[in-house]
Design a protein around this ligand. Structure first.
Ligand code: SAH
Length: 347
């Protein structure tokens, strides 16, 4: 049996090319895009304004390529973690976070990760595969709460900028008016700091929010917990962030995971404030403080609530805009860094 190609993950110009190849009228491309991204059908047969002949032509080579999650775990705080199967034997997680008027989905971009940040569960499991645009998009399209979604964050498993082309295709479809039409201002991408890719992203014309996983106030501390710092140090990273802001006008957001005894002293908070002032001056910046979430087999621990508050207060007193991120779904291991790569055998 031939493997059918998924339509989900194709842009409008690509759909236009397909209908041309199949000698279908040009306007059917828009109809197909609307069935895929607006009405979110699960099969070509449901595209009822296409003639039976055209549906059967499409069916010979293509499928919609939407796959419902295989498992859902609900937290008492309303967060829901979904498990999606990708390919034959891989799984990824996506986390749905309803919050008043907002509803955010945290999506994964890779199964596993190559970056090996020392405090992260995903990194601990090594790298398996890059997700295709179809597989990233499916986390949204096949989400039971899809129609309530207002925001998307690429903060799940994987390093999005290490899967650059598929992530750009995903962004094109998620944000474009012909497709999902979630505004770029409602999309964030989090990276550990691949400087060459940050510069490329700045030129793509997707005005998304860039979140930088900084996690340290000096190279010595950062290299200890984030191997990527040996390739691009803090100076190179913050220069790239400044270029990103100057090009896009989008406020940079920094993530700073507080690890007890590693990076959470008052001294380190002061150094961080000076670092940010030095590079960003009066440009708007926000620091998201994340109390370390527990991960198995890692030697790190979270500080007390008072330690976290002291760090946050020190930044604010030095006029650096900082807030503490709420822990979400702790009872279902849905917080930052806790998503894992489940093999079918131990699912
Ligand atoms: N590869 C991307 C996305 C990673 S997950 C990146 O590095 O930014 C999103 C955030 O969770 C990152 O800031 C990551 O460093 C952080 N994180 C990872 N493990 C964590 C843990 N155990 N506790 C708190 N935050 C963690």
């Amino acid at each position: 049996m031939i493997q059918k190609q998924p339509l989900l993950g194709l842009t409008l110009p690509e759909l236009q090319e397909i209908v041309k190849q199949l000698s279908m009228p040009a306007f059917t491309a828009k109809q197909i895009a609307s069935w895929l991204y607006d009405k979110k059908v699960k099969s070509i047969d449901e595209m009822t304004n296409l003639s039976l002949k055209h549906r059967s032509l499409l069916n010979e080579i293509y499928e919609v390529g939407a796959h419902a999650p295989v498992e859902a775990m609900r937290s008492i705080d309303g967060t829901i973690k979904y498990l999606y199967q990708v390919g034959e034997n891989h799984f990824v997680e996506a986390v749905y976070i309803p919050d008043g008027e907002r509803a955010t989905l945290c999506v994964s971009s890779q199964v596993g990760c190559k970056m090996n940040c020392k405090f992260c569960m995903t990194g601990k499991q090594g790298f398996a595969i890059n997700l295709s645009a179809n597989q990233i998009l499916n986390q949204i399209i096949s989400l039971p709460e899809c129609n309530q979604l207002t925001n998307v964050v690429m903060m799940g498993m994987g390093e999005p900028l290490d899967n650059y082309d598929n992530v750009m295709r995903f962004l094109e479809i998620v944000g474009s008016r012909d497709s999902l039409n979630i505004g770029y201002r409602h999309i964030s991408l989090s990276t550990c700091g691949l400087v060459d890719k940050i510069d490329r992203l700045a030129n793509e014309n997707y005005p998304i929010t860039l979140s930088i996983s900084l996690h340290a106030c000096c190279d010595e501390d950062r290299s200890r917990i984030m191997p990527i710092n040996n390739a691009w140090n803090i100076d190179k990273l913050l220069d790239a962030c400044k270029r990103y802001f100057d090009k896009t006008g989008r406020r940079i957001s920094f993530e700073y995971t507080l690890i007890s005894g590693e990076n959470d002293s008052v001294e380190q908070a002061k150094k961080l404030a000076h670092l940010i002032k030095k590079y960003f001056g009066s440009r708007p910046v926000h620091v998201n403080l994340i109390p370390l979430n527990h991960v198995d087999e890692r030697q790190f621990s979270a500080g007390s609530r008072e330690d976290v508050k002291r760090f946050c207060d020190t930044l604010n007193a030095l006029h650096v805009n900082a807030t503490v991120r709420r822990r979400l779904g702790p009872d279902i291991d849905a917080s930052c860094g806790q998503l894992r790569h489940k093999a079918s055998a131990n699912k």
